[in-house]
Write a protein that binds this ligand. Structure first.
Ligand code: SR1
Ligand code: MG
Length: 419
């Protein structure tokens, strides 16, 4: 074993192992043996430690060589931490302030030391608790637009974009998880799937829908081959941390080159799932207002994305795509080309959105919005609405619906009894 061969950390071993690293010790105070270390990882894959000394604190995130939620029967390459690190530093450049600052990265230990976001908490928990976050949709919309635009051939030089696309193309295992768990497993009885028993009739309807499965595979084709920009790759409400008025994006280990609409589509799905699950989490007197707040988030998210993408198109279009030489320099407007591109982004996002709404109910990794509903009958009722709306989104993504129509669709499903 070499000195730097991989070893999973524990709260007990962390101080001695990291105490000599300047980026760690320099950000804490006192002797490493006096640090308080807590393992707080509640995600599906990694170890996460909060390390504190006095008033100071940092986060240490370390990949495990297997999928944490399943165990060592499912090995997973440590290199995912390399992709996460590379995504974080690109996101920090492309949308400054949107992600935690990275202080230190050790590839052999699959370990990243970064800023402890405090008093931020995971957005999913806030939405279940009924909290509101000022500026959430604006910050997330800016993040999606800036990272999409600035990671693409609209902005980067062609060599730089190809080098980045090549780098992230190697994130094979995590893309494989998405290819299976998100795009494929929901639509047949895959081994690791599980769902609420009372949903059987709806599940059968979805799995017998050949057009739906074909459209989901069409979207998978885009996921594997439409390498437009560096996507976060797992932008659900568990990958966002907030205070009452500050929002940060975390955990981009699933980063890959994919469709412009991937991240915003996945996030929209998770806001819709928060919406559909609310009747189990809110009292009647606050339910309607809170659900409307969630729908308003979706509208603002998209309005912000569109506005920022259009602004970047006008001010930062320096890549090989749609060059000014072909448009503005000829006194020709590029406006209709931009609108057509944004229509494509919207349609892709709706497809991703519907599929994400399916996989969180039918595949391996469910979400707390629904999983914390103990009353199975109530859970099934709410999950069925979510599943059926997901189906409509996948199949009718090119119908010209706008965000207002999508919100009306959600309101309609929200009052239906589908079981
Ligand atoms: C086996 S990993 C399951 C899920 O957790 C991650 O957060 C991704 O969403 C992945 O699909
Ligand atoms: Mg994650």
């Amino acid at each position: 074993m070499t000195e730097n061969s991989y070893e999973a950390l524990s709260p007990h071993t962390l101080p001695a192992r990291l105490g000599t690293i300047d980026a760690v010790a320099g950000r804490l105070s006192g002797d490493p043996s006096s640090w308080t270390v807590r393992e707080v990882g509640d995600g599906n894959l990694n170890l996460v430690f909060i390390v504190e000394s006095g008033e100071k604190s940092i986060i240490v995130k370390q990949a495990l060589p297997y999928v944490r939620m399943v165990g060592d029967s499912w090995p997973l390459p440590l290199k995912r931490s390399f992709f996460e690190y590379n995504a974080l530093i690109r996101q920090a450049e492309r949308d400054p302030g949107s992600v935690p600052e990275v202080f230190h990265f050790d590839e052999a230990q699959a370990l990243t030391v970064m800023e402890f976001l405090s008093p931020h908490t995971i957005l999913r928990g806030k939405l279940i608790a009924g909290d509101r976050v000022e500026g959430l949709a604006e910050t997330a919309g800016l993040f999606c637009a800036r990272t999409a635009f600035r990671g693409s051939d609209l902005s980067l030089d062609a060599g730089g974009r190809k080098a980045d696309a090549a780098l992230f193309l190697d994130n094979v295992s995590l893309c494989g998880i998405t290819e299976d768990l998100v795009f494929t497993d929901p639509y047949f009885a895959a081994e690791m799937n599980h769902h609420t028993a009372a949903l059987d009739s709806v599940v059968k309807l979805l799995r017998d829908d050949v057009e739906l499965k074909s459209q989901a595979q069409h979207m998978l084709r885009k996921f594997t081959a439409q390498a437009e920009t560096m996507c976060h790759g797992d932008l659900h409400t568990g990958s966002i941390m907030c205070t009452d008025d500050d929002t940060k994006i975390i955990d981009p280990e699933f980063a890959f080159y994919g469709p412009f609409g991937f991240d915003i589509g996945m996030l929209t799905a998770n806001l819709l799932m928060a919406y559909f699950s609310q009747p189990a989490h809110r009292e009647a007197d606050e339910l309607g207002d809170y659900q409307e707040w969630l729908l308003a988030l979706i509208k603002t998210l998209w309005a912000t994305f569109n506005r920022e993408f259009r602004r970047l198109w006008e001010t930062e279009r320096t890549g090989i795509l749609y060059p000014a030489a072909l448009f503005e320099d000829q006194d020709h407007s590029s406006g209709s080309a931009l609108s057509a591109l944004l229509d494509d982004v919207w349609q892709d996002a709706l497809g991703i959105c519907g599929i994400e709404m399916h996989r969180r109910i039918l595949s391996l990794a469910h979400n707390a919005d629904f999983e914390t509903i103990e009353d199975e009958a109530a859970r099934a009722t709410l999950e069925a609405r979510n599943l059926m709306m997901g189906r409509e989104l996948v199949k009718l993504r090119d119908s010209g619906a706008d965000t207002g129509t999508i919100c009306d669709m959600a309101r309609r499903y929200n009052s239906e009894d589908l079981l």
